[in-house]
Design a protein around this ligand. Structure first.
Ligand SMILES: [Cu+2]
Length: 287
């Protein structure tokens, strides 16, 4: 019986290992998106995302030290001061020095965590003096982008999920950017402060790109703003982060950060196509 159990156990273990190996062979790290087995936050490419990463670690370390300290003292007391050891309870009631100490120390810890956290929150909300502004509108279930100023002023397009239906239905193998690919990404220049005005047309959505440290609710009838200054050229990905209905999982965000020269070229091309489509619809209307 023992032998049988051993064989079954080994078989199940081997199958689990094979399944995990097969799964990890298919999926690879996605640059600008999630990494395989990623547990930590994205380190990101903006000062905000980097300070969020540092804050997360700092507070995690402080919490771990407190956890070990408090539970260490508690278990030490329970074990070493138990009745069977004939421990005599000490008289600590209304011990002023002790009460002041255990009030002041937590207060100092909280201030020590609140100061850098508040500094980051204030910096996240500081949308003053942007180099350019883009308006983002959440729709069920896609994103709309309007370039308000700069070389692409007036450009407007919708950004839809472009993962093929065959992959979603399981008829084709899923690629690396599964559900994180769009037909028309947002394009912005590198090292420029981009102010993002966020709103929605139907229900509440949330525009979120972890590599920029940006997450802003898109609320119908309201304009909210946020900003980012991407320091590295590349493609960055996010998803709608507010449950917005049936296809909430199918409205990803893709931002392409390009050089100034590439941005100008892109803007001219987009403006050309906007003018062409406007002229096309104009002729269509007059006929
Ligand atoms: Cu949404």
């Amino acid at each position: 019986m023992k032998k049988l159990r051993g064989i079954v156990g080994t078989g199940v273990g081997a199958m689990a290992w094979l399944w995990m190996a097969a799964a990890s062979a298919r999926v690879e790290d996605l640059p600008g998106g999630p990494r395989v087995n990623q547990l930590n936050l994205h380190e990101g490419v903006t000062t905000i995302s980097k300070s969020l990463w540092q804050l997360n670690w700092m507070i995690m370390i402080v919490c771990t030290i407190i956890f070990i300290g408090v539970f260490g003292i508690m278990f030490y007391s329970i074990i070493m001061h138990r009745k069977s050891r004939k421990h005599v309870v000490s008289k600590l009631h209304e011990h002023t020095a002790l009460e002041v100490t255990w009030t002041v120390i937590p207060f100092l810890i909280i201030v020590g965590m609140a100061v850098p956290a508040t500094r980051t929150v204030v910096a996240m909300k500081d949308t003053s003096n942007p180099d350019m502004t883009v308006k983002v509108t959440g729709y069920q279930w896609k994103w709309g982008y309007d370039y308000v100023d700069g070389p692409a002023a007036g450009v407007h397009f919708l950004s839809n999920l472009s993962t093929p239906l065959a992959q979603i239905d399981g008829l084709e193998p899923k690629d690396n950017a599964y559900l994180l690919e769009v037909d028309h990404p947002l394009v912005v220049p590198v090292n420029k402060k981009i102010r993002v005005i966020v709103t929605a047309d139907d229900v509440i959505h949330s525009w979120s790109v972890p590599d920029f440290g940006v997450k802003q609710d898109a609320i119908p009838g309201f304009l909210r703003d946020t900003w980012f200054r991407a320091e590295k050229i590349g493609t960055y990905r996010g998803q709608c982060s507010e449950l917005c209905g049936k296809n909430h999982a199918y409205m990803p965000i893709v931002v392409k950060v390009v050089s100034d020269a590439d941005y100008l070229k892109w803007a001219q091309r987009e403006k050309g196509s906007t003018v062409a489509s406007a002229a096309g619809s104009g002729t269509g209307a007059s006929q």
